[in-house]
Design a protein around this ligand. Structure first.
Ligand SMILES: [Mn+2]
Length: 424
């Protein structure tokens, strides 16, 4: 086996067997992002603090980088600072600490010979040198842009009472909401891993299994592919739990005749996905379940058909994607004549990227390169059912591409999957 190892790997890559390696963002892309941010803020200095162990790392989750900082630097270690002057990019990282490294492993230090090559920054300093360099850097721009609300940024403001500060959040959000080709590949990877997780759940769902067993199988599927985190707490709701929007207890046992709502997504290489499917416990939808499911699927199709540059995602007024779903669902009534749109009790979707609810400027309409979810649903606690269908959708030049289209949504396809799956 060893002799053929390399060839076997190549064969696997070529034939698409096994799981593909995760794509990455080229280091030059982070430079381009910083250049764009510099253009956006004009004659100003940007100071952005990365996550610290205390703020973002904890025993349960481990350290993860603050997403805005990561977006601009690609730097994943704690305690870093980014300074952009009108002319220069500076990265500040902590000095190496041999005692700390016994716990966290060796880290790249600011004096390392390869530090510029690895970080993509010509200018890398010790964070301990921040204060002594600050007057020089601040003299290069009129305004100072900081992340409002960040504890370090607010402390810095108090030390510079004479200066004018602006919030950098919206400027970074406007960049983050339009994804590059490399980012779309990252989201596609997380989406493909998430699709495999949903298929894995469909293979095991039957009366008698528990919500936590389903969630566990789904998480295992994407962790096996190298994904680092859940993009959010898995929502697996059977029967009435499907009508609880952010249900996360996952303790109930699946009963005969119920549908199971699974809103579960992986985070892989820092990028999130977010997919929801609603499937029948015993492989076949009842007449009433079909009726509700078809309404939601029809609403989702109507919205996806309308996705294109210029459209507005959210908002309860004519012309938004949200309103298209509301108008579609309003054509159907409950037994008292109430429009079914009243059982659609959340937004139609959100941007997806480094965060599952990704940064965006809500004032701007959609444009090519944005990635959103389309997730209509109806929730009827009295009938013990919730139905939601959620896909990840890329806005293209003239329409939309569903990145999660490999996971079926039609009743026929779902029932066929259940009817033909291996019996266990
Ligand atoms: Mn979502």
């Amino acid at each position: 086996m060893l002799r053929f190892g390399r060839w076997a790997l190549l064969l696997v890559a070529l034939t698409g067997l096994g799981f593909a390696a995760s794509p990455t963002i080229p280091i030059d892309e982070y430079k381009t992002r910083r250049a764009k941010l510099r253009d956006a803020v004009g004659d100003a200095v940007v100071i952005l603090y990365g996550g610290t162990e205390a703020a973002h790392g904890n025993i349960r989750e481990g350290f993860y980088q603050e997403p805005n900082f990561y977006y601009l630097t690609g730097w994943k270690e704690p305690g870093a600072i980014l300074v952009l002057t009108p002319e220069e990019d500076h990265l500040l990282i902590p000095r190496r600490d041999p005692v700390e490294e016994r716990w966290t492993g060796p880290k790249l230090g600011p004096k390392d010979a390869r530090v510029s090559e690895i970080t993509g920054f010509k200018s890398v300093h010790e964070t301990e040198q921040f204060e002594q360099n600050l007057p020089k850097w601040l003299s290069q721009g009129k305004k100072i842009y900081l992340m409002a609300g960040d504890a370090h940024a607010e402390a810095l403001k108090r030390t510079l009472p004479a200066r004018t500060f602006e919030d950098i959040a919206i400027e970074i959000a406007r960049l983050r909401q339009v994804k590059s080709k490399a980012e779309i590949s990252m989201i596609q990877f997380a989406t493909d891993a998430t699709i495999e997780a949903h298929f894995a759940s469909w293979r095991m769902i039957r009366p008698g299994v528990t919500e936590y067993q389903i969630a566990s199988r789904m998480m295992d599927t994407y962790f096996q592919q190298g994904c680092e985190r859940n993009a959010y707490t898995p929502i697996v709701g059977t029967g009435p739990n499907g009508a609880i929007l952010h249900y996360a207890k996952n303790k109930r046992t699946v009963d005969e005749g119920q549908v199971i709502l699974m809103d579960v997504g992986a985070e892989c290489g820092m990028y999130a996905s977010d997919i929801t499917r609603t499937v029948p416990a015993n492989g076949k939808f009842s007449a009433r379940q079909k009726e509700l499911y078809e309404m939601v699927l029809g609403a989702q199709k109507a919205v996806i058909a309308a996705v294109k540059p210029g459209m507005v995602l959210r908002g309860k007024y004519a012309g938004t994607l949200h309103q298209i779903a509301v108008d579609y669902l309003a054509k159907f009534k409950d037994k008292d004549g109430k429009p079914m749109s009243e059982y659609f009790t959340h937004g139609i979707g959100h941007h997806v990227g480094l965060d599952v609810h990704d940064a965006n400027d809500p004032v701007l309409p959609l444009s090519a390169g944005m990635v959103i979810t389309v997730e209509p649903g109806v929730y009827l606690p009295d009938e013990g059912i919730g139905v939601r269908i959620e896909d990840v959708v890329l806005v293209t030049e003239n329409g939309a591409q569903v990145l999660s289209s490999k996971l079926p949504t039609s009743i026929a396809d779902i029932e066929k999957f259940f009817a033909t799956r291996p019996k266990k």
